[in-house]
Design a protein around this ligand. Structure first.
Ligand code: ATP
Ligand code: LTN
Length: 332
């Protein structure tokens, strides 16, 4: 029997709820991978402090994010689901990797350029600058073969690969060089108010948060921007708003986009929005019920988290020890 590939991915606890882009673009695939791989999934709270944050809010969001990972179908018996700050090896390996990263290559990271320009020149933290190096540490600690991420993370993955290869060349074979698994078949969900940009928590008006009040969810879908003709047809270039609704409807109804088009042939945009709202609301209802159930038993939730951190450390600690040895550090 060949060993299963090792998979690792992470999500930041930076919103009160995940949105449908997170679920359709990432979390559903994470759940599916559990049957084919040895999966490690992290709530990356160290990454969440790279921008200004409120400690009480971060605390709550970390718990809620973890509960949502369980609600979406990640199974703590099958996978290792953990909170990054509970595994100190991440910050430790990040220091080491930072010491073999060039200023030039770190400066080329486009996510830093985008996010730091929003903060205003000079205001962005050094932590935001080194964010991709911490991400590389997340990945390399677990000898991950595959890292399922969205297209936007491709450059960070390349950096992780480069750092793994560089370390191996300088200090001897230590890290697995991870493959980027840009999630296959994952839908890119667009903003409901501006269907030319991706749905994102930073643009809340066009973003459907699954733990929101059902009335808010329904209203956002029913006021989605479409176009001025009348035809319900998938055409991402000319009809991004309608196509986005069809993608969402298809994903939550388990019908193909073509079947959705057929079902709605001759109907109006009101029907498309109504049907989409119906399926999203049905999903959101069970999603929020499950999340609330996990949050209600706080002691049990914390036990599952701690268990995840213990399982993660059992892999991360020997890897860090190997790295320290390769670097010439004297054994503690
Ligand atoms: P931000 O607005 O701060 O960039 P976000 O809402 O886009 O955040 P992330 O935390 O960057 O969300 O993403 C978590 C995961 O969800 C990533 O794997 C990302 O690729 C995926 N994801 C986020 N938004 C979408 C989307 N609109 N469509 C598909 N996948 C998405
Ligand atoms: N940067 C990623 C989140 C992230 C991650 C990781 C993804 C942090 N560490 C390790 C994959 C592997 C994001 O913003 N989606």
């Amino acid at each position: 029997m060949t060993a299963q590939p090792r998979v690792l991915s992470g999500i930041q606890p930076t919103a009160d709820s995940f949105h449908i882009g997170n679920v359709l673009g990432a979390l559903n695939q994470w759940a599916d991978l559990q049957s084919q791989a040895d999966c490690f999934y992290a709530v990356v709270d160290l990454h969440a402090i790279t921008v200004a944050h409120d400690p009480a809010v971060l605390h709550q969001r970390t718990l809620t994010s973890y509960a949502q990972l369980l609600a979406v179908g990640l199974d703590s018996e099958k996978s290792t689901i953990f909170v990054q700050s509970q595994v100190p090896e991440h910050a430790q390996l990040q220091w080491v990797l930072g010491c073999i990263t060039g200023m030039g290559e770190a400066s080329r990271m486009t996510q830093f350029k985008d996010k730091s320009s929003k903060e205003g020149s000079g205001a962005a933290s050094v932590g935001l600058f080194t964010y991709p190096i911490l991400q590389a540490a997340d990945i390399l600690l677990y000898a991950a073969d595959e890292v399922p991420v969205g297209e936007d993370q491709r450059q960070h993955l390349e950096l992780s690969r480069d750092l793994a290869e560089r370390f191996n060349t300088r200090f001897g074979q230590t890290f697995v060089v991870p493959k980027t698994r840009v999630i296959k078949g994952a839908a890119k969900i667009l903003d409901l108010q501006d269907p030319t940009s991706k749905m994102s928590k930073s643009l809340p008006a066009g973003c459907v948060f699954l733990l929101d009040d059902p009335k808010v969810i329904a209203k956002k879908i029913k006021t989605a921007v479409t176009d001025s003709d009348m035809e319900i047809r998938y055409d991402l270039v000319n009809k991004p708003g309608v196509s986005n609704l069809l993608t969402i409807l298809s994903a939550f109804s388990d019908l193909s986009v073509e079947e959705c088009e057929r079902e709605l042939a001759g109907k109006g945009y009101g029907d498309l929005k109504g049907r989409t709202a119906e399926v999203v609301l049905a999903y959101a209802e069970q999603y929020s019920t499950r999340t609330r159930e996990f949050l209600a038993d706080r002691a049990e939730l914390e036990r599952i988290m701690l268990d995840g951190a213990t399982k993660a450390r059992a892999v991360a600690a020997p890897m860090l020890a190997k790295v320290y040895e390769r670097l010439g550090f004297v054994h503690a």
